[in-house]
Design a protein around this ligand. Structure first.
Ligand SMILES: Nc1ncnc2c1ncn2[C@@H]1O[C@H](COP(=O)(O)OP(=O)(O)OP(=O)(O)O)[C@@H](O)[C@H]1O
Length: 452
């Protein structure tokens, strides 16, 4: 997600990609669009919003659009052929109202030399940073859009899990991915950056290098023609100018189901630096990760600047859900109250000032923070969650489970990452040197490197 440079125009909001919406343009058109699964919200094709792009368009004189890769609230992302270098690339076309933050962070990281990286495990995280190949701007009917060119990835880990019915990953694969996540965050924190939006939607599985050199014919043979659906408005009102008449759905690179993903395909790249910041240079008060991974200080200390510890909390949630079938603080309805409810179930009572601020606390907890148990409802303790979300699914799929020593090592790493108070949370250096990372995750990561 990229923070807005200017407020979004009235009626546009910050679409989720699923709902319908209203577009109010200068000429006072009031058009509602039928939602199309997996397509961007079309009401965002208005002033400050998405740039209209069609398969076959050429941008910046060299990038031929071949397919769609995805979209977010602040961009559409396209698979293009770089006709100068004759390779496939990802083209992220940001909304006109998004700021330059992502381009700035990626340029900064690109310009660091290996000497700047120093040695040690922290430097290994450079591999998981996106390679910014080029940036340019396009002018369109809705404004000026920054475009970022990076390597094409296969899909996000979230999407791979969704398509695989949230089956668990093979344990060594999950460990290798968790190790890479930790290395990536260690690298960023070492450079003074907070990522600000860590979750599996922003963890991309890499495509093998040879795929970037596929010809157009080879791409079509493997992935098919782009799938398109006509865009319809309610009451059949005409499409306003600057709105594409078809929605292009994301391409799918054929792959093994998530529970069969081989270690050789477990290479990741961390994406979406639109929320990244340097706490030494600016104060940020809000953490925009999805609510199930949002650190509690976001809710209870809204006026205190956020910093590296907020990433540590979200990293713990991302590591958990890499290993598990569902988030640690699964929020069902996606409300902050449910997230806090789950946190108290797993981690115990909030610090006193926060506890007092939480109005819903006595609905299901005693004043001491003990869950009031309904007969048929489990208490979602850390242990319960571990057995239910990590072990049970593995048993069901007849996959390797974690033994008790590994469980202890994992929970001993996660608990200090999930200290309620950010100032009491452990640092990424502590995570890197934890027993679970050194004895379990890194060895599988190292095996993965030999399977390139
Ligand atoms: N390099 C890439 N290769 C393949 N797919 C990509 C790539 N970059 C992004 N995508 C796809 O596009 C989607 C949107 O990208 P991204 O999250 O960077 O956009 P965003 O507008 O900043 O998102 P949001 O603001 O909603 O978090 C991703 O979830 C992913 O599916």
């Amino acid at each position: 997600m990229s923070k807005l440079a200017t407020p979004s125009p009235s009626g546009t909001g910050t679409g989720t990609g699923t709902g319908t919406g209203t577009r109010t343009s200068d000429s006072d058109l009031d058009v509602h669009f039928h939602a199309i699964d997996d397509a961007e919200p079309f009401y965002r094709y208005g002033p400050g919003g998405y740039h209209p792009v069609a398969v076959g368009d050429r941008l910046d004189g060299r990038y031929l659009i071949l397919h769609k890769l995805g979209h977010g609230s602040y961009s559409t992302v396209w698979l293009a052929r770089d006709q100068t270098l004759q390779r496939l690339v990802a083209l992220k076309i940001c909304t006109a109202d998004s700021c330059l933050r992502e381009a700035e962070t990626l340029s900064f990281l690109r310009n660091l030399s290996e000497v700047d990286d120093g040695g040690g495990d922290g430097a290994l995280g450079r591999r998981m940073m996106p390679r910014l190949l080029n940036t340019f701007r396009v002018e369109g009917p809705h404004g000026t859009h920054t475009c970022l060119v990076t390597d094409v990835a296969r899909c996000s880990l979230n999407e791979a899990k969704r398509r695989g019915s949230h089956a668990p990953l093979v344990l060594p694969v999950a460990r290798a991915i968790a190790a890479q996540l930790v290395l990536a965050v260690a690298y960023l924190h070492g450079k003074g950056f907070v990522h600000g939006d860590l979750h599996l939607g922003n963890v991309l599985l890499r495509l093998p290098e040879e795929c970037h050199l596929w010809s157009n014919e080879e791409l079509l043979m493997r992935c098919g023609e782009p799938e398109q659906e006509p865009v319809h408005t309610f009451d059949d009102k005409p499409l306003p100018p600057g709105v594409p008449s078809v929605a292009t759905l994301p391409v799918w690179f054929p792959m093994e189901r998530i529970n069969k993903l081989p270690l050789s395909d477990a290479h990741i790249v961390l994406a979406d630096f639109g929320e990244s910041y340097r706490p030494s240079q600016e104060s940020r008060f809000e953490c925009c990760t999805p609510v199930h991974a949002r650190p509690p200080e976001n809710r209870f200390e809204p006026t205190k600047p956020k910093s590296f510890p907020s990433d540590i909390w979200t990293l713990a949630c991302a590591v958990w859900v890499t290993l598990a079938q569902r988030p640690l603080f699964d929020t069902f309805l996606g409300t902050e109250d449910t997230a806090t409810w789950m946190q108290v179930q797993a981690l115990g009572k909030l610090p006193n000032e926060w506890w007092e601020k939480w109005d819903a606390r006595l609905e299901d907890f005693t004043e001491e923070g003990q869950p009031i148990r309904a007969d048929d409802c489990p208490v979602y303790t850390f242990d319960y969650q571990f057995n239910d979300a990590i072990q049970e699914g593995r048993r069901k799929y007849e996959m390797q489970t974690m033994d008790s020593t590994e469980k202890e090592a994992l929970l001993s790493m996660l608990r200090p990452m999930l200290a309620y108070r950010p100032e009491q949370r452990c640092s990424i250096t502590d995570v890197l040197s934890s027993k679970w990372i050194t004895k379990y995750a890194m060895p599988d990561y190292e095996v993965m490197l030999t399977r390139v």
